[in-house]
Design a protein around this ligand. Sequence first.
Ligand code: FAD
Ligand code: SF4
Length: 472
Amino acid sequence: MGAREVIRCGVLVIGAGPGGLAAAKGAREAGADRVIILERDTCAGGILNQCIHDGFGLIRYRKQLTGPEYAARAAAEAEEAGAEILTGHQVVRMKRISEDDVIEVIAVSASGLKTFNAGAVVLALGCRERTRGAISIPGSRPAGVFTAGVIQNFVNIRNVMPGHRVVILGSGDVGMIMARRLTLEGASVQVVAEILPEPAGLARNVSQCLYDYGIPILCSHTVSKIIGKRRIEAVEISEIDQNMKPIPGTEQIVECDALVLSVGLIPENEIAETAGVTLDPKTNGTVTDGYMQTDIPGIFSCGNSRRIMDLADFVSEQGELAGHNAVAYLTGSAMKAWDEARSTSMLKGYPVPDTVTCTLCPNGCQVRRIAASGEGEEDRYEGNQCPRGAAFAEQERHAPRRMLTTTVRGSSGKLIPVRTERPIAKEKIFEAMEKLRGLTVDRTEIRCGDTVATVVDADKSAVPVIATADVK
Ligand SMILES: Cc1cc2nc3c(=O)[nH]c(=O)nc-3n(C[C@H](O)[C@H](O)[C@H](O)COP(=O)(O)OP(=O)(O)OC[C@H]3O[C@@H](n4cnc5c(N)ncnc54)[C@H](O)[C@@H]3O)c2cc1C
Ligand code: SF4
């Protein structure tokens, strides 16, 4: 049998999520001759393809984009910069060959095993969900217990509802986003139970995902028992003490037919381990220096495989820097340092009482109205970092508006992710959802930006509903 062909490149990126796509763009723009991205999935975009909600891109593109819109834009940028994206390529092994000064990467594809030799590699492998919450809960192991990411995939991609009365364990952003999504699709989210004294995710998501829909959250509480034989019928929820143990006598039974776990994300690093890259024993993230380089020279890491990050925008910024630094490593030029504080400045936990949480960007400013105290004076607002916060708080007082993101059925059976072209009156959201749930779009090919329906706003105007991804 002949030797396998070796495909050579300057920089090889593993993973085509926002981190990997930006790393490839950064590497090309820094002068790498050939940049290849290997992605195991059938398309680029990573986890963003199933995040059909908006809230992406405000920092990087100064636009409110949905996950699929952000992913398409990032993929187009990588390709325009000259990177090659090879989907359907799952990397299984990687090692540094010191004598040749190359990193050898082995991938499985439909056409068999392939070997790549790169001068530098950027790992952008993303993360997987923790399931520890379920394993440690006493009681039976009936059907109906899922992780939030799996539910996101079921509802947003496969058109499958996991249940109709749902309890969510964990108040990270993924859990809160899915609480809203399931509510929009007609489920009743009974409660979100959080073991910490405060919600774990962004204040912005507490406001726009839970408070907006009256979904109760119980902090310092956990699911202490799962009840049900074949299918989950209820959970027991208990308050916890300082040692995080359920307090006897505080148990309450909550009936449900689905339990959704949103108990954290773990960096995905099996491939990094095959090359001997040092991982943080607490987080499983790759250990890097400030230039995103691991302890194996020429192997860089970015995004969720290094440290779980709240915003795709920062993942992209970091990926671009890692790609630039991979080229700097090859050419001996100066690397750029990552400012860690930059990606950790957004408000988390409960919103401050008697304020409006500005949801226009991830900062989630807590805006307080100071009523005019005398004649000739005007109300003023404080707590907003930019003027948009005051305008938002004023609108919240009189006529709150929200962007609606959901899916509609295509005639092929595939779901089309959609959003309203502009925010609509909050009170019209469920009416719009009902119309869109009953709709089938009778077209064989849909392009991102196509209008597929209209919904009615409070002033009776018709608001276009547009596709947020190409669907064939
Ligand atoms: C449910 C959810 C909701 C979110 N909501 C928001 C939000 O509203 N706003 C926001 O800004 N951010 C949000 N985020 C965060 C944001 O999506 C992530 O931070 C970002 O997508 C991480 O990018 P990444 O490139 O590190 O990883 P990913 O997007 O996970 O990409 C990793 C890629 O690597 C590929 N891969 C892994 N292993 C291999 C292998 N061995 N071989 C080949 N390919 C491989 C995977 O298939 C995947 O495509 C959300 C995240 C989740 C999970
Ligand atoms: S006030 Fe400005 S900075 Fe603060 S959340 Fe709103 S848009 Fe963002």
